[in-house]
Structure formats: C-alpha cells, structure tokens
Design a protein around this ligand. Sequence first.
Ligand code: ATP
Length: 458
Amino acid sequence: MEIPIDNLWCQVLERLQLELSRPTFETWIKTASAEQLENNCLVISTPNLFARNWLQKYYINTIARVVQDILGVPVEIYITVAQGDEVSPLDKQEVGWELPAVNPVTSNVAKNQQKSTDLNSKYVFSRFVVGANNRMAHAASLAVAEYPGREFNPLFLCGGVGLGKTHLMQAIGNYRWEIYPDSKIFYVSTEQFTNDLITAIRNDSMQSFREHYRAADILLVDDIQFLEGKEYTQEEFFHTFNTLHEAGKQVVIASDRPPKQIPSLQERLCSRFSMGLIADIQPPDLETRMAILQKKAEYENIRLPRDVIEYIAYNYTSNIRELEGALIRALAYISIWGLPMTVENITPVLGTHSQKMEATPEVILNVVADFFNLSIEDLKGNSRRREISWARQIGMYLMRQYTGLSLPRIGEEFGGKDHTTVMYSCEKIKQLQETDRTLTQTLRQLSDRININSRYQK
Ligand SMILES: Nc1ncnc2c1ncn2[C@@H]1O[C@H](COP(=O)(O)OP(=O)(O)OP(=O)(O)O)[C@@H](O)[C@H]1O
C-alpha cells in the first residue's frame, strides 16, 4: 500500500463519480475526505453526523469495494465526523431520525461474500409498493419467486427507466435466497454478461464461463436491450437460456422495451423471450408515488408531513429513482440548514421540477397583477418603478414555465418587450429562487393560484 492518501482519495472520488448519481455523489461523497490510511484501515471524515450515518448505512460497502480495487487488498473503512464525534442538534432533532449503529464494514462485506449473489438486500417485496401501474408485474414476480421454473418462464419485465424492474427482479432472488440459502441465484446485467464473455474468450476459458452461467437455479438478467447489435453475445446467451430453460430453471429478464422492439435481436431469442410472460410497468399515478415516499420514510424512521409528500410526488412523475432522489436531497437540505421539514423549506432545493400544469398568458397576467396589487396595464407598460418591474420579471418567468411560448412571444404578451429583456428576467428569477426563500414562497403561491385559475378555466 505505497500510494499516498490524497492520491488514493482522488482515485476513489473519480471512480465513485462514475458509479453514483450526481446528487448522491455531490451530497455524500464529495463532502467527505480521507484522513488516515494505516494497517489496512482507511479513516474517512464527514462534515456532520447525518452525513456519517448516511455513508455508513448506504455507501460504506461501495467505498470499501472501490478502495480494495485500487489497492488490491481488503481495507477496513471507518467513518468519523470532522472535529470530534459530536452530535449536533442539527443532526439529531429536526430530521427526527437516527440511524442504528452499524458494525464495521468488514462484517457487511463478509456477509455479502457469503451470499455469493449480487443482490441488494433493500430490494424485497415488502418494500415494493403495488399500484395499478405495476400490479401485474408484481404478481407475476411473486408467483415466480414462489414457484420458479413453472408457467412464467421466462418472466420478461419491461418498462421505462427507474420504474422498479430491477427491484422486482432482485426481490425474486432475495425471496428464494431467504428460503434456500444454498440456491444459485445469479443477478447479472447484460453488460456484465458481455464482459464475462469477452474475458472468457480472451483467457480461453469458455468452458468455465458456460459452466458458471448454466449452473444457475435462477438467472436474473437486467437491461437485456443492450444485447442489441451484439451478435456473439446473443448467440451465447441463446444457448445459456436454452440449457437453463430445458432444465426447468427460472430465467427473469428486464428491459426498457418489449422483445419485439429491441432492434436487431435475433428472431429465435425474441420468440423465446415472449414464450413465458411479458409484464410491463407503467409510470405510477400520484397515489402510488405518495405511497412510495411514505413507505421509504417509514423504513428510514422519518416523519414526513402530508403536504411535503404531496409536493414531492406531484413534481416527480415519471421515474421513481428521481422521486427518491428528490426526497434524499430534501432531507439533506433541511438537515444541513437545520430547518423543519416543510414545503417552503424544501422548495429551493427541489424547485418546481416538471411543472405539468399549463396555463394561458391571460391567466398568468391576471394572477400576477392581482397578487402584486397592480393592473395588467402596469405589467404591459414601460414603467420602471421597482415593484412593477419586479412583478413583470416574475410574470415573464412564470409565462415561460407554464406556456412554453417563445421569448419573443412572451415579450409581445408584455406589451412588446424585447426577447432579451424576457430572457434576462427568466434567468434572473431562476437564479434568485435558488437562494431567496421569500421569492420561492412567492412563486409557490403564484403557482397555486395559476393552477387553480387554469382548472376553473377549463
Ligand atoms: N413500486 C415501488 N415501490 C417502492 N420502490 C420502488 C418501486 N418502484 C421502484 N422503486 C424504487 O425506485 C428505484 C429505481 O428502481 P429500479 O432500479 O428497480 O428501476 P429500473 O426499472 O430497474 O430502472 P432502470 O431501467 O434504470 O434499470 C429503486 O430504488 C427502487 O427501489
């Protein structure tokens, strides 16, 4: 272990940046630093207890794996809080949660190694919220978990990004593994399968590659759409599939689209993928999104006010990973600033993401004029009085958000203003709302009024 600690940490950061989502990396990893590396033990320091607990709970194994990869030896990771291990009020009370003490990483790593599968223990059926969007996929997965290799073989799960395919697929594996810890459950991404194949060809070890995959009791293959254009991998996968299927072993496949829509997928694979059950997952409705947030909060022992759940669920509609990411960001933000969990407090960090409601320019002008106690003529006119030009800038920003009109068209709605004026206003309000909480609140109130007025107009 000759490598200087700064250099090691830089490499760790580079690797984690590629592996983790941006919010996760920025919030938890980038703020940590490596303090000491001695006797195969790496001490990492975090800015507060909240961050320490979070890293300890969710990322310690990932960090340990990456460090081990770089150093070539297993390393124990200890996570501390900078400036002494003190609990600040911010860490404990406002968030209303405390994570249980976790044993040193070695015990977790050892446990995962014993498990010999690559399953995430969070992905279990009890943590999966069932709604109209995924009822069929959930029921089929549970059936497969209870009776693998029977009627739904293969089970083909398909649906858009971040909608729970991996969760369900791994839930099948975890369920079986709980009952039969000796069963061979392989979870593999198509990319991993391809890489293993390439390595086997390179090392002249095709025999062991085949023996390995064909020994599975349950084979879970994620992101099968990446077979597209990989002729040789398709060929090899076809034989693996056939061997397992003929032996009555269960195959579960996930994809972002149905087999027929995967370009250049061999016809024989396409028909095999379709011979069990194809179950699709649609984006969840508002109630299901709220239930997902609620469940997540319960698991983490966090109390979330209903309007906060509604707010996040309303704004993040099509990807559950993003929905969860929004909750994590909100939690981090209120924790760091020591604020109570309210909609007003989390708006700056979440913004008005994916505002779906549409409104007419007329509604926006009316609402803004009314809110600021001005007339529509004031908004359309050329007065430079501060309160008028402030209301005008907010109006332009909202019109851009709600109508999708071009900058010149918005200029026209405001009495023939130049498009650069509109652009400047939109940028200014967008930037200010990140730091100005009064403005964020104002925008929220205006948005509520616009939504209500638009509803009544329809
Ligand atoms: N119905 C659900 N209930 C609870 N959590 C869910 C549900 N659906 C998805 N999730 C969570 O959303 C996140 C993303 O889900 P997952 O990774 O399974 O999506 P995916 O469909 O496999 O996405 P990708 O196509 O990007 O691989 C996970 O943390 C998962 O636990």
